[in-house]
Design a protein around this ligand. Structure first.
Ligand code: AMP
Length: 401
């Protein structure tokens, strides 16, 4: 049969036809919890996706436990990324630190979404902020910093406090130093010695929020409703969906997210983190070119999860509904501070409470090892839901095995 088709049609057409019939092979750079939930969503789309391969340095990573094949190698290992591209029809990522130069060189071999060009804009916070400003998208005032004199002069211009930030490779607030006093300048510069830096005016925000936005390869854009993010020690503690703000603010944030997706031209799901200032302005803090922790509520709150949406977007399928069907709070389960090692996986048997553990073998202090979604199917209201989160989170004990 294949021989007959090949003899009639050109080879490229036949390959595309076979992919269409058999489903695509999906490659994911990163096989942690986000890669795991992407794999689970892909498992539910057997017609479109026939196989999933993840690249991750940790043997038996979470994605491999739910059916993904794994290439065990560092995320930046060029030959491993090439191997992934050779084996897959389409590559995406669950982390933003992939090597955009290597990915660029593979675009002829394999479809890559979001594109390495989009990734490159996002990977460097300074380039990202310049790009947003150029497109009239509101952000906190910022400047590049290349010397102590420049830092002093910009602090003079902005006033204290400011945040000194590393331009690349930072996460969970690790690349930030708040300078509240001129005496802290030498220490701040020493902490980040040798790294490219920028400063930002300190935003006196009343709330941190985010929009999970998606853009498909065909250009269709959809945003999920604005959610509120509460951090503890710079790590997301819980997400409240929807955010407790008035409609003007939420519509404005969703409009800003929509515009961001238009100008970025990337395909996939993006997590757009924002501040709501005390005078109700909305400013973008940063963009993640991937599914996002603050979108985990969509697994139960919405018709289409952010993971399915991401796959729909990169496969060029029509995007799913982003309507919030039930108000939901997502609570992150972190490894306790007092031990590292094997742990007993917790369980919860409560109505409308969904526990998702990520199958990580070891607990480490402050490591994300699972989350809970509390879904307000009985219309209790946000205050009661928050009380329930408190009770449920206190009942979860991560203890050594
Ligand atoms: P980032 O690493 O940029 O995502 O920032 C981590 C956290 O630092 C954010 O969630 C905010 O709580 C805080 N932050 C970042 N930038 C600013 C800013 N310009 N003003 C005030 N807080 C900030």
């Amino acid at each position: 049969m294949v021989f007959l088709i090949v003899s009639i049609f050109p080879k490229l057409f036949v390959i595309e036809l076979l992919f269409f019939i058999m489903g695509k092979i999906l490659g994911i750079i990163g096989g942690g919890q986000l890669g795991m939930m992407l794999t689970e969503a892909a498992n539910n789309m057997p017609t479109e996706i026939s196989n999933i391969i993840v690249l991750d340095p940790t043997k038996n990573c979470p994605a491999s436990k739910v059916g993904a094949e794994q290439i065990v190698a560092d995320f930046k290992n060029a030959s491993a990324i090439k191997e992934l591209a050779d084996k897959c029809d389409i590559i995406t990522y669950e982390i933003e630190s992939g090597d955009s130069q290597v990915l660029k060189s593979l675009e002829q071999t394999c479809e890559i979404n979001p594109s390495p060009e989009t990734l490159e804009i996002i990977q460097d916070k300074l380039i990202q902020k310049k790009f947003l400003t150029k497109n009239d998208i509101p952000v906190a005032e910022f400047r590049e910093i290349t010397s102590k004199e420049e830092l002093e002069s910009k602090i003079n211009e902005f006033g204290l406090p400011v945040l000194l930030k590393t331009r690349t490779g930072a996460y969970d607030g690790r690349g930030n130093f708040k300078i509240s006093d001129l005496d802290q300048i030498p220490e701040a510069l020493e902490v980040f010695e040798g790294q490219s830096l920028m400063i930002e005016k300190f935003v006196d925000f009343k709330m941190e929020v985010s929009v999970i936005a998606s853009r498909s390869t065909s250009g269709e854009i959809k945003t999920y409703p604005l959610v509120e993010n509460i951090h503890k020690d710079n790590i997301l503690n819980m997400t409240i969906a929807p955010a407790r703000v008035n409609k003007i603010i939420s519509k404005n944030a969703e409009k800003i997210a929509h515009k961001t997706m238009e100008v970025l031209c990337g395909a996939g799901v993006f997590g757009i983190e924002m501040f709501v200032t005390n005078d109700s302005q909305v400013l973008i803090n940063e963009i993640a070119p991937r599914v996002h922790n603050s979108g985990h509520h969509t697994l139960q709150s919405s018709e289409t999860s952010q993971f399915e949406q991401h796959l729909r977007a990169i496969l060029g399928l029509e995007l799913g509904s982003t309507e919030l069907i039930h108000n939901t709070i997502m609570y992150n389960i972190l490894g306790p501070r007092d031990f590292t090692g094997l742990y007993k996986s917790p369980s919860i048997d409560l109505e409308n409470t969904f526990l998702k553990m990520y199958g990580k073998l070891e607990s480490k202090p402050q490591r994300k090892i699972g989350h809970i979604n509390l879904v307000d199917k009985d219309d209790l209201g946000m205050d009661q839901l928050l009380e329930r989160v408190n009770i449920v989170s206190n009942s979860i004990k991560i203890i050594p095995e």
